[in-house]
Design a protein around this ligand. Structure first.
Ligand code: GLU
Length: 306
């Protein structure tokens, strides 16, 4: 089967399952998204692309942004970042506070909310939040090779108005000295990075450097070192899907990161980046149909890392 045939087959097979799962409603504008949406895009390191369905419709990338802020923070701060955030799966919900007290304000990994807030704090570097937000947005535009990526101000404002758990996490870590900037500023940046809107095509394109040892295979731009790309992928594999990361590794067998907007970015090392979007989530917050589509795609293409 060609890549185009595989992607079309997976898209058609998912038609009967569209709408399954529950759309996130704790961020009110996300609750308005049509649960029937389904987009899938694959881009290979040779530049071959294949798409299905709503692959050109932008959605809120939410926690998928954490892969990119982690990459950026490692580039800017180096390995010292790992003194402030761990790299072990948490086994707890993405917005859980329980481990933070025992572990003295050092979050388990950069993909749970507490860890991502620390990474964002590191990226803020005493700059005004607007500068850091613009910086993150511009990096995403560069990686996706398009200027059309926008931040949804309504989603960012809504998260700020309802994000009491994130506010609690940030203050708690500030109490331990692991958030260094003003909490309002850190969360302002964090909520904006989560509110970036991208489509599957752009997201797969932006993640392609991870499939190619840190170097964008289409522009030869060095985004990060191959050692860092490997480590980022390792954290995606072990921590990329909240407290169901083991389940995702078991079924799909690829490094991936999901977001509560229903998107998933998955990396096929040495081969391709895949982005899928279907808004209905499973119990732990990963797109239900998106994960099914990836499981099927990986099996048809023989792309599992194992
Ligand atoms: N902005 C969301 C939050 O902080 C991100 C959650 C997610 O996608 O996992 O709650």
């Amino acid at each position: 089967m060609t890549l185009a045939e595989i992607v079309a087959t997976v898209g058609q097979e998912m038609a009967g399952r569209r709408g399954e799962g529950v759309v996130a409603d704790y961020i009110p504008p996300l609750a308005r998204v049509d649960p029937q949406r389904f987009g899938l895009a694959v881009i290979t390191v040779d530049g071959e692309t294949a798409e299905f369905g709503d692959a050109w419709l932008a959605f809120s990338i939410q926690s998928i942004s954490k892969v990119f802020t982690l990459t950026l923070a490692l580039e800017r701060m180096g390995e010292d970042l790992w003194k402030r955030v761990g790299r072990e799966p948490s086994g707890s919900r993405f917005n859980s506070i329980v481990q933070l007290e025992q572990e003295r304000g050092i979050p388990r990994n950069p993909f749970i909310n507490a860890g991502a807030i620390v990474v964002t704090d590191a990226l803020l570097e005493g700059r005004p939040p607007a500068a850091a937000i613009e910086d993150i947005r511009d990096v995403m535009r560069g990686l996706a090779d398009t200027d059309s990526i926008q931040i949804d101000e309504e989603v960012a404002a809504s998260e700020a108005a309802t994000g009491f758990r994130n506010i609690s996490l940030a203050y708690f870590m500030r109490g331990f000295g692991n958030v260094k900037n003003a909490v309002d500023d850190v969360l302002n940046v964090y909520f904006h990075q989560c509110a970036i809107r991208m489509n599957c095509r752009q997201l797969a394109r932006a993640g392609l450097f991870l499939a190619n040892g840190g170097v964008d295979p289409l522009t030869s731009a060095i985004v990060t070192t191959s050692a860092r790309a490997r480590r980022i992928e390792a954290v995606m594999m072990t921590c990329g899907h909240y407290d169901a990361s083991g389940e995702f590794a078991f079924k799909v067998g690829l490094p991936g990161k999901s977001g509560v907007g229903g998107g998933i970015l998955a990396i096929v090392p040495g081969r391709a980046a895949i982005a899928v979007w279907s808004p209905g989530l499973d119990q732990s917050g990963t797109s239900l149909v998106g994960a099914l589509a990836l499981e099927r795609l990986v099996s048809l293409a023989g792309w599992s890392a194992f």
